[in-house]
Design a protein around this ligand. Structure first.
Ligand SMILES: [Zn+2]
Ligand SMILES: [Zn+2]
Length: 360
């Protein structure tokens, strides 16, 4: 099955799961994100002259500002997203349309100077970790620091020459990095990935955690992987702990069969966009009604996606679950014919829509 082929049996580092809820209760966590267990291990790794990778995939959960008095969060004027805090430019930036503002001095709602940075991204980790591990030399690997080939080469050189102790990065650090001297991997916040609302989030998490674990020195010694989470019993982590990728795949297939997801069905995502919210709602409802006439096909929605507005366009989605049996092609053609018929009436000829088969 396709799931099976995506994972390769990885080498086996020791995996340690840190229960962050429990650690926080016992006051053994600094700044909400750094457990004493991980910090202690970082210090020891550094003292042995070894190196570490700290992994934080901040996708969708980047650092943002929030008013501690009233909860106000600065958002984009064009999109339905929080603005992301960029320390280097001292600005709040929208990652979807590029809109940016300088950091406001006080809350727009309650006028209190109570804005605090929330959430955690690689840049913040790079800034904060040396507070708890004196003399720690850090480098960062993410989109912002690897724009040129020259920069990447310099980064690799500094790791190779042991000029840095810790490399902090996004999923860029999960692949292809092969440095003998790296013995410790820290996953700062497994929850942001495990909780991502998508039926593939378990598969993605397992894959990324497995890949990043594989970065812990694999030739002459056993590396250590520390995973910080508030869900220490999460099935993904249990399978990871037992290095049981076959068990993981089997569990995923059972889940997907139960909830009727790929590979048991094909998914077609239809996206409708309009600057008028009520219009996009109405049109997508009508389209859903037409599509539901197709036999033995499940239609989910319409619903707004996680980010419901981008560059002033409101978005609605329909998810179709198509058969995988002999009728699959016939059913798909019926779907396309229905959509084209629907949008070919004069008043909808310029309506923005798109269809995506097996969307990633
Ligand atoms: Zn406020
Ligand atoms: Zn925007």
């Amino acid at each position: 099955v396709e799931l099976l082929q995506r994972f390769h049996q990885a080498e086996v580092p020791q995996i340690s799961i840190i229960d962050m809820k429990d650690e926080r209760k016992k006051r053994r966590v600094r700044q909400h994100y750094y457990s004493d267990l991980l910090l202690k291990e970082l210090i020891q790794t550094k003292e042995r002259g070894k190196q570490a990778i700290i992994f934080q995939n901040r996708r969708g959960y980047s650092p943002y500002l929030e008013c501690e008095e009233c909860g106000w969060v600065p958002g984009c004027v064009n999109c339905d997203v929080k603005l992301t805090y960029h320390k280097t430019f001292n600005k709040l930036v929208c990652h979807y349309c590029g809109y940016s503002i300088s950091i406001p001095g006080k809350c727009k709602e309650c006028k209190m100077p109570a804005l605090k940075i929330k959430g955690i991204g690689t840049e913040r980790i790079e800034d904060e970790l040396p507070m708890f591990v004196p003399g720690l030399r850090m480098a960062r690997m993410d989109l912002d620091t690897t724009r040129t080939k020259n920069k990447i080469e310099k980064l690799f050189e500094s790791i190779e020459n042991k000029e840095i102790d810790v490399l902090v990065g996004t999923q860029m650090v999960t692949k292809g990095l092969d440095f003998e001297n790296i013995e410790l991997i820290g996953i700062i916040d497994a929850d942001t990935m495990l909780n991502f609302p998508d039926f593939r989030s378990n598969e993605r998490s397992f894959q990324l955690f497995t890949q990043v674990s594989g970065r812990a020195g694999r030739r002459n010694h056993q590396g250590l992987v520390m995973i910080q989470t508030s869900q220490p019993k999460h099935p993904v982590l249990m399978f990871l702990l037992q290095n049981d990728y076959k068990g993981f795949v089997q569990w995923q297939l059972e889940e997907r069969k139960k909830f009727n997801y790929p590979p048991f069905v094909r998914i077609v995502k239809i996206e409708l966009k309009n600057k008028d919210l009520s219009q996009v709602r109405e049109i997508s409802k009508k389209l859903a009604f037409e599509l539901r006439k197709i036999k033995s096909m499940e239609v989910l929605g319409p619903q707004a996606p996680i980010i419901g507005k981008i560059q002033n366009y409101y978005i609605m989605e329909l998810w179709l679950k198509l058969n995988r049996n002999n009728d699959a092609l016939k059913q798909r053609d019926e779907v396309y014919a229905t959509i084209h018929r629907f949008f070919s009436v004069p008043e909808l000829r310029y309506f923005k829509w798109s269809a995506d088969v097996d969307p990633m």
